[in-house]
Design a protein around this ligand. Structure first.
Ligand code: PNS
Length: 161
């Protein structure tokens, strides 16, 4: 059984992330979506909400949603998993993700990182853009960018539904 870890902050999960999950599941049996308990930036949504959005939008798929503390390379060891999946939308993502992949491999030499580009329609989509559009009350764009549960939470949270 091939298992991979898909780590990220997912603040919030977008249709681009879901596209990467679907692509990964074409050749990976189980995906562990892993969120750091203490991410680098203060997230907009709490950890439990971000995890709930992912669970709701991947229902019925071979996806586990978990949180982890400490280094990703150590978490991978505890899961006995040697494959990391990351989405890359372009050269800026790739530059950053390569640094992370090399560092993770230095920390845990068994780790391999597999980069998956999302479909072209999601190549300019990011959680940051979603939050920006939501803050400008651009409701129309949101439905094509995020799953329904996230759209609803953004509308409720920003109180313009
Ligand atoms: O949402 P992101 O920016 O793609 O997620 C970044 C994440 C969570 C994958 C990264 O920050 C991470 O792995 N954090 C855990 C701590 C760690 O292992 N840092 C990397 C050392 S090279």
């Amino acid at each position: 059984m091939k298992t991979a870890i898909y780590p990220g902050t997912f603040d919030p999960i977008t249709n681009g992330h879901l596209d990467v999950i679907n692509k990964a599941l074409l050749f990976i049996d189980k995906l562990i979506v892993a969120l750091p308990e203490t991410p680098a930036k203060k997230p907009f949504f709490s950890l439990s909400k971000r995890m709930r959005f992912i669970r709701e939008s991947t229902k019925g798929k071979s996806v586990d949603v978990v949180s982890f503390s400490g280094l990703l390379s150590d978490f991978a060891k505890t899961k006995k998993c040697s494959l990391i999946v990351k989405g890359v939308r372009g050269s800026a993502d790739l530059d950053y993700e390569l640094q992370m992949a090399y560092q993770n491999a230095r920390l845990n030499p068994k780790l391999q990182t597999l980069f998956i580009p999302p479909s072209e329609q999601y190549s300019h989509l990011s959680s940051t853009l979603v939050k920006e559009l939501a803050s400008f009350r651009h409701k129309e764009s949101l439905s094509s960018m995020v799953p329904r549960c996230v759209e609803k939470a953004l509308l409720d949270r920003l109180d313009f539904s």
